[in-house]
Ligand binder design. Structure first.
Ligand SMILES: [Zn+2]
Length: 147
């Protein structure tokens, strides 16, 4: 339900787990709540049944940009943004790797035009400051965030 918000929060560098509903072993919203409590996380949800539970933050809007603003504002996270510091697939922190080590592992055009690369040790995925990153920088301006 909030997959886009989860992705956006990861792009911003926040530790964000996302549970697809069909991956929940206990297929009730309360299954997700239990996981959040066990991992000491705040559960972001649009499920009204959970609205008044502890450790739950209710997302008001259906529009992802408004959702991000609500989360950043409520938890006062603006100063903690670390754009592009997390893997979008698995949520791990990324580490810089030298350009020469990515030769042949990224498209040739990317290798020629980019100088900085980061790496997810868990998924073996290489990231660079590509279009997602630039999109996000533009979106940050729309969130009216201090630089
Ligand atoms: Zn990863």
């Amino acid at each position: 339900m909030l997959g886009k918000l989860a992705r956006e929060l990861r792009i911003l560098g926040f530790d964000t787990e996302y549970l697809a509903y069909d991956k929940l072993t206990n297929k009730t919203p309360f299954g997700a709540l239990k996981i959040a409590q066990n991992e000491n996380r705040i559960l972001l949800t649009r499920n009204k049944k959970l609205k008044n539970s502890p450790q739950v933050f209710f997302i008001e809007s259906e529009i992802v940009q408004e959702q991000v603003i609500q989360v950043l504002t409520h938890f006062k996270l603006h100063k903690d943004i670390k754009l592009g510091s997390r893997c979008l697939i698995c949520n791990s922190l990324l580490n810089p790797i030298p350009k020469e080590t990515v030769k042949g592992r990224v498209p040739y055009y990317i290798y020629k035009t980019q100088n900085e690369f980061v790496f997810c040790a868990r998924c073996q995925k290489i990231y660079w400051a590509g279009s997602h990153y630039l999109d996000m920088q533009n979106r940050l301006k729309k969130y009216c965030l201090p630089k």
